[in-house]
Structures are given as structure tokens and as C-alpha cells.
Design a protein around this ligand. Structure first.
Ligand SMILES: NC(=O)c1ccc[n+]([C@@H]2O[C@H](COP(=O)([O-])OP(=O)(O)OC[C@H]3O[C@@H](n4cnc5c(N)ncnc54)[C@H](OP(=O)(O)O)[C@@H]3O)[C@@H](O)[C@H]2O)c1
Length: 282
């Protein structure tokens, strides 16, 4: 594997969790790493420097990328990691404003970062973009509809972008983790238009999701996969991260849809009598 000493990397959402682990892992591999946080330099470590950046604000994105280019003159790797979830939440329990808000960070944030960084990579004739997706980007779960929709958007955008840029020496990959032990579950937003009708389901899911996150992967598992995608001679478009994510991808690809549907419900302790055995899921 090629060493990337002095390659310049930018990792959004590096104040905690997967972003922080990724920034540290890349630094250990020899990258010069800039992490970002809405809180600015707070949280800087010896391994990497922090820039202030809010991915929902175009001016903030432009300023952070300009600052990095002023200092280093180039950017070799962009890891779009900043994101959050709204769950457990029935799809109808989120206002349209909340739907916009999650798309603004999880998807439009990637669009803003990409538009700011790609011109520099095109000029260089090289670069890597790695977007942190999720298994929910290929396997939607109930009561996480908006989050799953943002991650499906990330998948589609990334694949299109890779098609466009690969002939210019720029490669795009999506890394798809499953449950990972970070601040993600503590930072989950509750629905802003909750309905009593969902109370019992919500209580059951809160309990089940706490168990699933507690049994999740360490963020270092995802960081290792990001490094693999960043340094592969011929990077793949999709990388699952962790054992569960790999198994889910195999199931999604090869198992009958009815079986996968029932499995999702069973895993979340939801009523499986409504699995679409008789509905012939397409
Ligand atoms: N944990 C999981 O189970 C899991 C599974 C699959 C995928 N993921 C994905 O992994 C990524 C990282 O999440 P995590 O698990 O590491 O959660 P986390 O510990 O909550 O970290 C989220 C990071 O995103 C940043 N962020 C949030 N909104 C931002 C904004 N508007 N502008 C800039 N930064 C923002 C936060 O930084 P500041 O608050 O400092 O600004 C923080 O550093 C997300 O895209 C998430 O969807 C997580």
C-alpha cells in the first residue's frame, strides 16, 4: 500500500466519534490532517488541527477550505463525516422544517463541501472524497425514514460524482457503518411533531436501540476502513465497515426481500405479523 506522507486531509465533524477516530488514524498514517467542528479550535489534539466549520453554512464552508488551501496549497483527501440522526421517529412525526434540517447537514453539507473542494482537486488532477454513509443508505429501517433518506441521497450522489470525476484522477467512495459507539445516539434528535399513537412503539425502540448501540463497533473500525479507501490503488465505490454492516449488505444483495423485511422488524422487536410474505415485496 502506498504511503501518503504529506498528503493533506480534511475531515468534517472531527470533534467526536467516527470523525475524530478517522482524523487520528489518518494522522498516524502520515497525513497532515485538518478536522472541523462548529465549535472551532476547541478539541484540537496533537494529532490534527481543528478548523471552525458548519456544513450548513456556505460561507463557513468556503472560509474553512480557503484557510486550508492558503496554508497547505492543496487538498488530497476530503472525508465528509458530519451528520446526525432523527430517531426513533415515525415519518409523519417530523415537521417539514425538521426534514429540511437533517438534509441540510447530512446531504447538502456534502454538496457544499464537494463544491468547495473539487475545483482544487481538478486543478491538481488528483484527490479522494470519502463520504460517511450508513447501512441505512442501502437498507432503510422503520422510524428512521428521514435519516435513511439522507443516506440514500449520499449513495446516489457519491456514485454519480465518481463517474464524473474518475477520469480526472479523483475517486469517490462511501463508507457504510452499522451501529457504532459514538455520541451519535446521545445526539439523536427527537421528532418535533410527536404523536401519542406512536408512544408505545417509541418506548420499545428507545430501549432496543440503546442495546444495539451498546453492542456496536468502536469508531476505530470505521476509521480503518476510511484509511483503506483513501489509500487503495483502485478504490471501490462502496465499503461496509464492521461485521454487521458486511452481513447486512450480503443479505440485502442475496436474500429474498420478504426475509430481509421480516429480519429488520424482528431485530427491532416490531410486530412481524405484518411482514410482506403475502404482500409480495418487490
Ligand atoms: N454512530 C453510528 O452508529 C453511525 C452509524 C452509521 C453512520 N454514522 C454516521 O457517521 C457520521 C459521524 O457520526 P458519529 O457517529 O461519529 O456521531 P457524533 O459522535 O455525534 O459526531 C458527529 C460529528 O458531526 C459534527 N456535526 C454535526 N452537525 C454538524 C454541522 N452542521 N457542521 C459541522 N459539523 C457537524 C459534530 O461536530 P460539532 O458538534 O463539533 O460541530 C460531530 O463532530 C455521521 O454522518 C453519521 O450519520 C454513524
Amino acid at each position: 500500500m502506498k504511503k501518503h506522507h504529506k498528503s493533506i486531509a480534511l475531515v468534517t465533524g472531527a470533534s467526536s466519534g467516527i470523525g475524530k477516530a478517522t482524523a487520528e488514524r489518518l494522522a498516524l498514517d502520515g497525513y497532515i490532517v485538518y478536522g472541523t467542528s462548529r465549535k472551532g479550535a476547541e478539541g484540537s489534539s496533537r494529532a490534527f488541527e481543528m478548523l471552525a466549520l458548519d456544513v450548513t453554512n456556505g460561507a463557513s464552508v468556503e472560509a474553512a477550505v480557503a484557510q486550508l488551501i492558503r496554508r497547505e496549497g492543496r487538498i488530497d483527501l476530503l472525508v465528509n463525516n458530519a451528520g446526525f440522526g432523527v430517531a426513533p421517529a415515525g415519518a409523519e412525526e417530523s415537521s417539514v422544517e425538521q426534514a429540511w434540517a437533517i438534509f441540510d447537514t447530512n446531504f447538502m453539507g456534502i454538496v457544499r463541501m464537494t463544491r468547495a473542494v473539487v475545483p482544487h482537486m481538478r486543478k491538481q488532477g488528483s484527490g479522494r472524497i470519502i463520504n460517511i454513509g450508513s447501512v441505512l443508505g442501502f437498507l432503510p429501517m422503520p422510524y428512521g425514514a428521514l435519516y435513511a433518506a439522507t443516506k440514500h441521497a449520499v449513495e446516489g450522489y457519491s456514485e454519480s460524482l465518481d463517474h464524473e470525476l474518475r477520469t480526472r484522477g479523483i475517486h469517490v467512495s462511501v463508507v457504510e457503518p452499522a451501529y457504532t459507539k459514538t455520541n451519535f445516539d446521545a445526539n439523536l434528535l427527537a421528532a418535533d411533531a410527536m404523536l401519542d399513537d406512536y408512544s408505545a412503539t417509541r418506548a420499545g425502540l428507545n430501549e432496543r436501540m440503546a442495546q444495539l448501540f451498546a453492542a456496536g463497533d468502536e469508531p476505530g473500525v470505521v476509521a480503518e476502513v476510511v484509511l483503506q479507501a483513501a489509500t487503495a490503488a483502485n478504490p471501490k465505490i462502496r465499503y461496509t465497515a464492521g461485521g454487521l454492516a458486511g452481513r447486512l449488505q450480503l443479505l440485502r444483495r442475496y436474500a429474498p426481500a420478504t426475509l430481509v423485511d421480516a429480519g429488520v422488524r424482528k431485530d427491532l422487536r416490531l410486530d412481524t405479523t405484518t411482514a410482506p410474505m403475502a404482500r409480495a415485496a418487490s
